[in-house]
Design a protein around this ligand. Structure first.
Ligand SMILES: [Zn+2]
Length: 463
């Protein structure tokens, strides 16, 4: 790079940013120019490191312009926001020289979280023509909640959702990808990756249960299961696929189960010939997003073979989240454990495929093992969604599906049954691969809670 030219372009960009800050408008041409300079700056940062990058420019002079620009109502979202935030953060680089590697990693994490929250808020501000939401404290709270990204007990997805203004999925995904070093390993384009996370999040509907908070919960559960021993056999590419599958596994869910869609001859049931209708739709949507918009193509840095493999694995896992195949899957999993032992490395390809799907399927069913104050929120939500389906069935004069009648089904009885007959037998087999003590104690507390509720309900019934 020609340093002298870079400096000139850079100064022009800073002047332009100052102008934009004062007048609040920016043409596409100007936005493209600033964006290009910032990208060149990022390349400088990558090749020469923060100190040399700092020497080439006047960081102090630019900081206020960038900060100001970021809160402009006419701020142009797109590729620029992430570049901008990285640029703002350079001022802090080099100050952590004396800290431990752990602290440095935490600091990098903090910056990443701030960058992504910033980018999301800037996007929202641009859409709403309102800059007020782009204030700093919010991302600090987000960061404090995301520090528990590796914890089963302390990660509070509901709090994260509130504090981040509904951006929990993209923030958690960024944190989880960071934990597994996926950005570095696959040289993922951060902007495209975050765009993809954002698009996925927006495609989740506002159902009581099957929404982006559930997707976030399953994603973080999958992450904890992987790191607790259930994913020891996974290659990096498989890890990427499993986490992606967790994130998209219910995308676009309409709030109705498969039998309902089939019975009502819903468009989706016709499209997928009544076969795992919801799951086919989720898998389809997940890939449609990246194919239809190149700025959301998270796979752009992967080789063709890696992309093919990733797609194959994600589709397979998502299709296997259909509860209709639960018992078949659990039986096969048990057989593999009986015949080949607990080390999945020694299983054949079919077994390996099954073991990958079991991780996300387990994560999808174990919110009952979270601390009771969180788990019960899921319990209430899932039953609420079923009741809504029941209401719709009543409205169209259809027989009510099991557990969907709000007159006769209680949350407590539904949850005790689900925990005892589905979750506990599942954990028994999963427990042959990893230590499931923390999951068992959670589900035990959950069952105890709802058994007490059930006893109360029965006592009032008798009166
Ligand atoms: Zn799910």
């Amino acid at each position: 790079m020609d340093e002298e030219w870079f400096r000139k372009d850079y100064e022009r960009a800073v002047d332009l940013m100052n102008f934009v800050r004062r007048h609040g408008t920016m043409s596409q041409l100007e936005a493209d120019f600033i964006s290009e300079v910032l990208q060149r700056f990022n390349r400088l940062l990558d090749t020469r490191g923060p100190n040399e990058a700092k020497r080439s420019i006047d960081v102090r002079r630019s900081r206020s312009s960038v900060d100001g620009l970021a809160t402009q109502p006419s701020y142009n979202p797109g590729e620029m926001d992430y570049q901008l935030q990285r640029f703002i953060n350079v001022r802090d680089d080099g100050t952590s020289e004396s800290t431990t590697p752990h602290e440095q990693r935490l600091e990098r994490f903090r910056k990443l979280v701030h960058a992504v929250s910033f980018s999301l808020r800037a996007r929202k501000a641009a859409r709403n023509r309102k800059a007020a939401s782009a204030s700093e404290p919010q991302s600090e709270e987000v960061f404090n909640l995301l520090r528990f990204i590796n914890s089963w007990h302390d990660f509070n997805v509901f709090a994260l959702s509130t504090v981040s203004g509904g951006n929990e999925l993209e923030l958690t995904a960024t944190a989880v990808f960071h934990e597994h070093n996926l950005f570095e390993i696959f040289s993922l384009d951060v902007t495209k990756t975050v765009n993809y996370f954002h698009a996925v999040s927006k495609h989740y509907r506002k159902n009581p249960y099957h929404n982006s908070v559930h997707a976030t919960d399953v994603l973080q559960s999958t992450h904890v299961l992987i790191t607790s021993g259930l994913g020891e056999f996974l290659s990096d590419l498989e890890k990427l696929a499993v986490l992606l599958a967790a994130m998209v596994h219910d995308i676009g869910h309409l709030g109705y189960n498969n039998p309902f869609l089939v019975d009502t001859k819903h468009d989706l049931a016709l499209r997928y010939n009544d076969q795992s209708v919801n799951e086919h739709y989720h898998a389809c949507l997940a890939f449609q997003i990246m194919h239809e918009d190149p700025s959301c193509d998270l796979t752009s840095s992967l080789t063709e073979n890696q992309s093919k493999m990733l797609r194959k694995i994600v589709v397979d896992i998502v299709l296997k989240t259909d509860m209709a195949v639960h018992f078949t899957m659990l039986n096969s999993f048990t057989e593999y454990l009986d015949n080949y032992g607990a080390n999945v490395e020694e299983w054949d390809e079919e077994g390996r495929t099954l073991a990958r799907a079991m991780i996300v399927h387990t994560a999808d069913l174990t919110n009952v093992s979270r601390p009771t104050h969180l788990a019960t929120q899921w319990g209430t939500r899932v039953v609420d969604e079923m009741w809504r389906q029941g209401d719709e069935e009543k409205r169209i004069g259809k027989a009510l599906s099991p557990l969907c009648d709000r007159e006769t089904t209680s949350v407590a009885s539904a949850q005790v049954g689900f925990s005892n007959f589905i979750v506990k037998p599942l954990l028994e087999q999963v427990g042959r691969v990893m230590d499931v003590g923390f999951l068992n104690s959670g589900v035990d507390a959950y069952v105890a809670h709802y058994e007490a509720e059930l006893a109360k309900e029965q006592a009032t019934d008798k009166k």
